[in-house]
Design a protein around this ligand. Structure first.
Ligand code: EPU
Length: 337
């Protein structure tokens, strides 16, 4: 496998931030994965694995080895009349896995259409959208310990999946390379139209849901209408997580902000971070080369030439102003490196 030095990462992160890696290599097949663990640079240097680069912010150059995961493959492991187990190698583009499942009329990940990034990133942050979460269909995760190269299979219960959260972001952060993911999808129709925006869209467009493609198409249309395409304008989807509060805190907030937006989700109260940021006057604002998207305040954008530091500064200003106004602390969803 080839190792390159001082490698430009601009095209490998969807925010389009310029940063260089001291060392860089690609994983194209199983053989290279085996070689990787014996590589001197791998043993000696700090290292990160990169998939689609859709959830990272490089705030500076990376003084170590960046490994780009291009390992591919999707297979059906087993099936019966009701369910199918699908195993996907981690370097697959997430939406390609969704398309594969939708084509086979399998239910379970159609609501997660068009989420940028690779399959390997999906369990790390338990991707979720339009009322669905990876958690509901994940069977297991295969991963390599990056210290001794041993392989481990994590059953879904061991992944500690929560809202945009997992064991891979906490206790085991930076310790494992996720190599494959197995999902259990349904042959029996299980349309999930619990998310209001999705239900409204289907109704307004007179779409009756007969197969997963009907939902996938609607999700693609909704996402495309308000979330910027990273190929056109640098972004990493939602930059911050939504905020969850208890009843007491909500009542408190309603005294000062009677119009506050909130949603009851699984016995929790979600306050959309996009609303909080918009209320602080950030929506559509630009500072230098970076800014807050005009259509969705939760999305920070790089208009071109913006640096990681500029985005980090903007994010901090937003966090400070939301805290000053609402007393709520926004937490970035994007991983700062
Ligand atoms: N809102 C505003 N102003 C804005 C944006 C949103 O007031 O500028 C309020 C609206 O009240 C809206 C509510 O926020 O009803 C929720 O907005 P939306 O449906 O767009 O969802 P979100 O909570 O902002 C989350 C995920 C998205 C996912 C959508 C749809 C997080 C951090 N983000 O966003 O995921 O696509 O729900 O399910 O949970 C991502 O993670 O990168 C991502 C795009």
């Amino acid at each position: 496998m080839e190792i390159q030095q001082n490698y430009d990462l601009t095209k490998l992160n969807t925010l389009g931030v310029s940063a260089h890696a001291k060392f860089f290599t690609e994983l194209n097949n199983e053989q290279e994965l085996k070689e990787l663990f014996d590589l001197a640079e791998f043993k000696q240097e700090k290292k990160i694995f990169l998939g689609g680069g859709s959830n990272v912010l490089f705030t500076q150059d990376f003084d170590g080895l960046v490994i780009l995961n291009k390992l591919k493959g999707i297979e059906i492991l087993e099936e019966n009349n009701q369910e199918v187990s699908i195993r996907s190698i981690s370097g697959e583009i997430w939406h390609d896995l969704v398309s594969f499942s939708v084509d086979k009329e399998l239910w379970g990940i159609e609501n997660l259409s068009l989420i940028p990034g690779t399959v390997g990133g999906a369990p790390v942050q338990n991707i979720g959208a339009y009322g669905a979460e990876l958690k509901n269909v994940l069977e297991n995760v295969e991963a390599y310990n990056i210290v001794d190269g041993s392989k481990r299979i994590f059953a879904v219960e061991e992944c500690a999946l929560g809202y945009r959260d997992s064991v891979f972001k906490n206790k085991l952060k930076g310790q494992y390379f996720i190599s494959a993911v197995t999902l259990k999808l349904s042959k029996i129709p299980r349309p999930n139209i619990s998310y209001k925006l999705l239900a409204d869209y289907l109704k307004e467009n007179n779409i009756e849901v007969h197969n997963p493609r009907d939902i996938s198409g609607a999700v693609i249309a909704i996402r495309s209408s308000k979330l910027p395409d990273p190929a056109v304008i640098g972004n990493a989807g939602s930059f911050f997580k939504n905020v969850f509060v208890n009843d007491e805190k909500l009542k408190d907030l309603q005294k000062s902000f009677p119009e506050i937006k909130y949603f009851k989700e699984q016995e929790q109260i979600k306050i959309p971070a996009g609303w909080l940021i918009e209320q602080c006057g950030w929506k559509g604002r630009r500072i230098g080369n970076v800014g807050v998207h005009e259509q969705h305040a939760l999305v920070l954008v790089n208009y071109g030439g913006g640096s990681g530091k500029e985005l980090e500064n903007l994010a901090q200003k937003i966090i400070d102003s939301v805290y000053a106004k609402f007393g709520l602390k926004l937490v970035p969803e994007v991983n700062f490196i």
